[in-house]
Design a protein around this ligand. Structure first.
Ligand code: AMP
Length: 288
């Protein structure tokens, strides 16, 4: 695996493959790899000829009071994991390579960025949309891989690719979980033993929402009340708990025969965690 730090090196590395008509896959990440990241890499390796993983803790997607400085960083370990997964190129640029002096452009996706994560993390999706647009332009992949755990982020990226006619296919992969159901996240590293046990509240809330819907509850109010009660048992208060249309992220008041996405965010001790599940009234429930 080659490690490159500049856009010029990245392009130089990928040009021969592109000219030879080989497919290029990109997995954008902020590092601190876990099995969720690894699943994206493995899928990319299985389906593309050349795989690039970007490792960049993007400062513009962190709010002023968020965890940019504390965010876990271990490039050596990450490089070993990526190489082991069969990744060809690790693109790990310094901040000045991505945001040189004088940088002045922001990509803003309207609408879908407004509720939920967008409402609780002002500016977050502008940072995400801007860096993902840049990474797609830098690597020029045929396919880019994202995790379903960040469901709203994936929807924002799908929309930006559509709106800006970016020549890339976006694949969203299933959430990888710990044995007890906790969605894997680099931020789980912030959890001490007690908070680690409480963190399961998010998944249990989603389980309760699924169970309520399966038992015939049709109103968002009843389904979300069941989820909230399950979380309260762990003394975890959701920052938001919502039932939305999985494509538009518009709130859903009543479940009919269409899929609905249940999303949750909560602070558990020092960590802010998110999770979601897709309720499929016409099929088996499945994590998004
Ligand atoms: P991050 O490094 O947290 O920015 O995540 C990089 C990519 O990995 C994003 O597309 C995430 O959605 C995805 N990802 C993070 N956690 C998981 C998980 N538990 N399962 C699957 N994908 C994940």
């Amino acid at each position: 695996m080659r490690i490159v730090r500049t856009v010029a090196q990245l392009r130089e590395t990928l040009t021969p493959a592109r000219r030879a008509g080989r497919t290029i896959g990109l997995v954008p990440t902020m590092g601190a790899f876990h099995a969720g990241h690894r699943s994206l890499m493995e899928r990319a390796v299985a389906r593309c000829d050349v795989v690039v993983v970007s490792l960049f803790v993007n400062p513009t997607q962190f709010g002023p009071n968020e965890d940019l400085d504390a965010y876990p960083r271990d490039e050596e370990r990450d490089a070993r994991i990526a190489a082991d997964a069969g990744v060809d190129v690790l693109f790990a640029p310094p901040v000045e390579e991505v945001y040189p002096p004088g940088f002045g452009t922001t990509v803003h996706v309207a609408g879908i960025t407004e509720p939920l994560e967008g409402a609780h993390r002002p500016g977050h999706f502008d940072g995400v949309a801007t860096v993902v647009t840049k990474l797609l332009n830098m690597a020029g992949p045929d396919v880019a891989y994202f995790g379903g755990k960040d469901a709203q982020q994936a929807a924002v990226i799908r929309q930006l690719v559509r709106d800006l006619d970016l020549p890339v296919r976006i694949e969203v992969c299933p959430t990888v979980r710990e044995g007890d159901g906790l969605a894997m996240s680099s931020r789980n590293a912030y959890l001490g033993p007690t908070d680690r046990e409480r963190a399961i509240a998010l998944r249990r809330g989603l389980d309760a929402a699924e169970a309520a819907a399966a038992a015939g509850e049709r109103t968002a109010e009843a389904v979300l009340a069941a989820a909230r009660a399950a979380m309260t048992a762990y003394e975890v208060e959701p920052e938001y708990l919502a039932l939305v249309n999985p494509n538009t992220f518009a709130p859903v008041e009543r479940i009919d025969d269409r899929d609905v996405l249940v999303l949750v965010a909560a602070r558990v001790g020092p960590a802010r965690l998110i999770d979601n599940t897709l309720i499929r009234p016409n099929g088996a429930p499945e994590s998004a």
